[in-house]
Design a protein. Structure first.
Length: 162
């Protein structure tokens, strides 16, 4: 082993030392959605988003199957906190209501000169509807502004929703 040069400084960093940022994920996801939509149509775009949700959200979905709404609320709060995005949450035993004045992804896409996919709203509707399938919960995208992504989302226990 070589001698350590005492005049050199070594910086040690871990990925966990870095601030969570995935703004470019929004851009690449939008490009992918637009590609699928223009090449294969809306039906295949929806199918892709369903497959994405089934794979990515599998651990959260397992918690929802157990009726653990707290896991969903914790996930959503953590997600938007990491995004540094203001969302208002209303939660009780019957469900969770989320209100946002704009979508972080749509805001990022437009800020970089892009245009959101014509069916960007499916990234909410399809993904969260799929997340709730086979669980005691259902998802409703109550309101969605195509221009800004401002929306109201509801996750409700099915027996309360009736």
């Amino acid at each position: 082993m070589a001698d350590i040069d005492e005049n050199k400084k070594v910086m040690v960093r871990k990925a966990s030392d870095n601030e969570y940022l995935h703004k470019d994920f929004h851009l690449s996801m939008n490009i992918l959605m637009d590609y699928i939509y223009h090449r294969f149509g809306k039906e295949q775009l929806v199918r892709y988003l369903q497959q994405y949700a089934e794979a990515y959200y599998k651990p959260l979905r397992e918690e929802l199957k157990k009726g653990n709404m707290d896991a969903l609320l914790a996930y959503m709060k953590d997600k938007y906190e990491k995004e540094k995005w203001e969302v208002t949450f209303f939660a009780d035993t019957g469900g969770i209501k989320m209100v946002q004045t704009a979508c972080p992804a749509i805001t990022r896409i437009k800020k970089t000169g892009g245009e959101p996919c014509a069916h960007y709203k499916e990234s909410y509707h399809t993904i969260y509807t799929t997340l709730c399938e086979g669980t005691p919960f259902e998802y409703t995208l109550e309101q969605f502004d195509e221009e800004t992504g401002a929306c109201t989302q509801l996750f409700r226990r099915k027996e309360v929703a009736k």
